[in-house]
Every structure is written in C-alpha cells, then in structure tokens.
Design a protein around this ligand. Sequence first.
Ligand SMILES: CC(=O)SCCNC(=O)CCNC(=O)[C@H](O)C(C)(C)COP(=O)(O)OP(=O)(O)OC[C@H]1O[C@@H](n2cnc3c(N)ncnc32)[C@H](O)[C@@H]1OP(=O)(O)O
Length: 470
Amino acid sequence: MPPVDRVLDLGKRLPDHSSIVPSIRLARYAGGMPFDPRSIPVDPVASAALARHGLEYRLLDPDDHAGMLAWIEAENRGFHHGRPRDVDRDYDLSVASERRVHGVYDPTAAQPETPVATVDAWPTGLSVPGGRSVDAWAVSAVTVSPTHRRRGIARALMEGELANARAAGAAVAMLTATEATIYGRFGFAPAAKAATITVDRRRTHWVGPDAPGRVHFVAASDLREAAPAIARRAVARTPGEIDRWPGILDRALGLVDPDGDGARSIRAVRYDDEHGQAQGFAAYRITREPNQPGFLEFDFLVAATDDAERALWRFLIEQDFVTGVRARLRSVDEPLPWLLEDPRAVSVTDVDDHLWVRILDPIEALRARRYGTSGTLVLDVSDVLGHARGRFRLTVDDRGRAEVEPVEGTDAAGPGLRLGIQELGAIYLGGVRPSLLARAARITETAPRTLVLADRMFASERTPHLSIWF
Ligand SMILES: CC(=O)SCCNC(=O)CCNC(=O)[C@H](O)C(C)(C)COP(=O)(O)OP(=O)(O)OC[C@H]1O[C@@H](n2cnc3c(N)ncnc32)[C@H](O)[C@@H]1OP(=O)(O)O
C-alpha cells in the first residue's frame, strides 16, 4: 500500500452528489488513485490493545482470496447467518474488496486462519440538510466470536475505526446498529429513523394528483444503467441517506442470483417523467398462497422527484388481487396518508433508530449542512474520547450557511448550548430537536430562550431518513 502522505480528501461532493466510492473504483482501474482507504496505516493503539490479549490485528489484502473468504465466513457466523452459498460469497467478496477490512486473529484457536473478530469501513458521503453531503466514514461488519466476547475486542476495533476515520479526514463516522446499547459509549447517537409502512389495500382510495409521467415494467437488468443515477439524486434529497456502493442495487434488483427463489419473484418498475426521463424505480414481490389474494412487499422505492415518489407508491398500493402492502425502512414521515381518502389505511410500525452518527470534526460537520434560520450559538461539546471536545461558535447567515470557529475564554461568551458528543450527533441532521434533549436533561442552554433559536437553526426541511442497512 502506498503511504498516506496527506490528510485524505474524501472528495468534496460534486454537484451531482457523486460518491467517492465510484471514484476510488475508477482510480483503481485507471491507475493514479487519489485515495485508497487501505492506505491508512494500521492503528497502533488498537493493535497494541489486542496484542496484550495475544491477538493479531490485521488489515486484509483484497488479493488474499483465502484470507478474505475466511473473513467472510467469520462475519456471517458473527451475525448468526448460515454458511454463505458460492454466489453470496462472490458477492460479499466483491463488496469487501472495495473496503478497508480488518480481522482479529487468535493464533492459539483451533482455526487460526478464521478471524475471531471482523470490521470493515469505507469513506462515503452522508446527505445533510440543504441538499448537501458531508465526508463520512461508514463502519460495518462489527462482529466478535462468542468464544472471545467481552474482553474489549469490539472496543479496540471501534476506537481503531474512529482513528482511521480521522486519518481519512472524515467529519463524521456512521453505522447502523444491531443493538441500541452498543455504540453510545463511543459517541454515536441515533440521527435518522426508519419505519415499516403497511397499507390495507381494501381501504386504499387515492385522492392525490395524477402523475404527469408514467410507470413502466422493466427487466431488472435494464435498470442497471439508470438506477445508480436515480439513486444518487434520491440520496441527495434526504438527510440521513448515504451514497450507495457498487453492487447494492444489483442485490436489491435480484441480479446477484437471478435464478434464486428470492430473485425470481422480484418485479421491477421505473417511473419516467413527462419528458421521458427516468426519475424513480421500485423492486417488489408479491407472495400468495394458491387461490388466495397476494401480499405485496418491497424494500426499494427510490425516487428522485416527488412526482416519482407518488406515482410509484400509487402503482404499488393499487394492485388488484392483493390484500395489503408492506414496505420496510421507509421514512417515519411519508406523504402517503395525505394521498389517500382514508389515512388510517396506512400504519407505521417498527420505528427504529436506524442511522447512528458520531461527529469527529465539529467544524467541518457543522459547516457542511444548511440551517433553518440565521443566528449565533456557542456549542460547548464534551467528548469522552476527545475527538470533538471544545467550544465552537456557529454563526449562520440569512441564507442558512454556517461559519464555525473554535473559541476559548471570553471569546466563548454568548448564548449557546452545553452538550455531549452524542447529543451533537443526535441533533446534527435535524431529526431530534435540541429542546427535546434539554427536556431529557442531556442539553443545557447557557442563556434563556437559546433552545428556541437552536431548534429553529437545526431544523431540517425534510425529516432525516436512511432507507438501507449498511
Ligand atoms: C455496525 C455494526 O456492525 S453493528 C453489529 C454488532 N454486532 C453484532 O450484533 C454481532 C453479535 N455481537 C457481537 O459480535 C459482539 O457481542 C459485539 C461486537 C457486539 C461486542 O463485542 P465484544 O468484544 O464482546 O465487546 P467489548 O468487550 O469490546 O465491549 C465493549 C463495551 O461494549 C459493551 N457491550 C458489548 N456488547 C454489548 C451489547 N451487545 N450490549 C450492550 N453492551 C455491550 C461492553 O459491556 C463494553 O462496555 P465498556 O467497555 O463500556 O465496559
């Protein structure tokens, strides 16, 4: 790996909200890569902490096929999945080869080649209020073998990832969590929710407008070309969404294993606007018992415009010979009930703390987003791990743009908030009001009525939402 010779630029967002991931790929294949996440040296602190337990902390080489396959096996076991089929293994291999992959090895274990702990991470964009994006470090695949649990391995891995994220110049780290009790101690907080939406077909009577464009059935493979650009624009519209990595859409469209049972039941539709431009797509399946009406389910409705969102919802909920529709990982704030005569046809369940955010660089993170109103706040941030500790003056102009500077002593005077790093992460995307956290005794205002201003400043024009697991 080439040494890191500068703070890595994760790629300021391009106007079309392009992700760094494709540019890493392009750079890899074209040569002259500006940044490879594997070029960051292995964190010496995590390495030493694990070595004290007789464990080896390794950064995997994607060309080490056997090592990567053992890592994939360990990750699947860690998440209580079965042994992966060849087709899944190949897919996991291609995804992992785009990431920074760490394993922890116990030379005294019966299978020393299989890691006892796993983690992977990659630089990517996180959408923030104002249609903008912040450079982020996504962390995933955190598993520790049940034979090695509760001896500090996950802590070493997580602290290592926060160090990697800082070395990469990421303003925030982020993850989706299996359990809500694990990551608060590392400064992560829930910042964007997701929910399951169920629609009772018998009560569905559309009263919203007709779409100016039209919905087409398409072969899933035909979406391969149009889907990434639609997804990029959809991601840019919603704070909390993250850039999609190569391969995720293939999985959603059933293209990874097209003859598998799951994939064969997937149907794909695309919405084209009145000018024939593709603006959205959905992948869904209908399950049914013989002679019984079916039930429609989907995980992917991707819309770059409001027209596309309405048209695809309407298509999915107006199917005949179907009793209901269930969609996972949808926003808690869907417009759907307002488009139906009977809003009670729509139920919102399984509301989940879906995206967890950990601010690492308050100056860059706070500068990246746009704000609901102008004003000045001094944020006095505590952080047990030290990454983001300090006082910062946030000054927002009347166009919602921020300037952020560190302040000390008498310069730090003025109305503001005292808050921990978790609280800063929670309010960052606008999904949690500062005043709510004040009611929970987790934020303190330093002058009367500061919370009223803070609520208005941190408000987002769209409810934060993340529609995938990562
Ligand atoms: C981003 C993602 O990938 S989310 C996926 C998380 N992984 C899973 O759910 C797979 C199954 N679980 C596991 O593999 C393991 O139990 C892990 C990874 C969650 C924890 O691994 P361990 O090595 O046992 O954790 P470790 O010993 O480092 O514990 C670190 C701290 O977290 C706490 N902790 C660890 N796991 C849990 C948990 N499931 N619930 C609550 N607290 C936990 C520990 O008590 C410890 O607290 P402290 O340091 O403040 O005293």
